[in-house]
Design a protein around this ligand. Sequence first.
Ligand SMILES: O=C(O)CCC(=O)C(=O)O
Ligand SMILES: [Fe+2]
Length: 313
Amino acid sequence: MPTSAFTIPTVDISSYLHNPDSPAAQEIVSQIRHACRNSGFFQIVGHGIPRALQESVLASARIFFSLPFDEKVRLKAAVGRGYEIIGGQTLQPGTKPDMKEGFFVGPETQDTDPPYKDFRHPNRWPPESVLSPNKFKLPILQYRARLCSLALIVMHILADGLPDGNRNIFEDFCKDPLAVIRLLHYPPQPNLDDKDQLGAGAHTDFGAITLLLQDEKGGLQVQNQESGDWIDVSPNPDAYVVNVGDMLEMWTKSEYKSNVHRVINTSGAHRYSVPFFFDGNLDYVLSPLDGSSDKGITVEEFMNQRYQRTYAK
Ligand SMILES: O=C(O)CCC(=O)C(=O)O
Ligand SMILES: [Fe+2]
């Protein structure tokens, strides 16, 4: 276990974007490497995603979730696409279903005829008469494309920080990746004394990395595994919260930690957030980077196992 104090640093990555081989960029790599080995969480600023685009995606979330339930539920789809009702997922076994609703958007696919393979279902979009594409589909797709590029850079930073420092080690994994935007809405929790009711129950993320945009309401907490304390991740409108997921922890043999987090919306108001899950190429075979001989597993198998645990059959 790391001996240094639990930390979720905020790192300005602009020097890395400018020149990944500069001394300033190497300092960024070392700060992020430290965070990944310690809490598994950090925040990035200087990432280059325009504020206006972030605002338009949060606005899309507000407008979508305020639609009548019947319009939303029509867009219910397979895991990882379309609408997910309040209580549709239970991230923490033994607690009540999560008090959040969601809308997932993955890659746009040309192949629109069923049967669909897992994680390759087409996106679902509200009809134009209900929600104009200018207010929903287009900003979300534009945002998703920008986040895909940013995630590749974060993967480079993480690769630079591994013991053999090979920046291209994740290259094949990052080709044609499963990368999913999830709009989330957490209604105000009616009874904060009910410890079994969380917005998102305690969990670790399944994939490689998550880049989270959160509004100003707060409620995300990360657990210090040594003390058991829950640490608030205070909202910073300029920052993405980045965390390591289970796949990367397994792959790096716990060099990088996938840490437990949860959401409790204590603000008394509606909270919106937009995680972006970067999960890599579905056909890629994962086996620990240190060359130890564990049997490989594809990204698709890995993600299936994780998702199945959190959705009622
Ligand atoms: O809404 C948030 O702040 C975090 C959501 C989350 O942890 C998740 O969707 O995995
Ligand atoms: Fe999460």
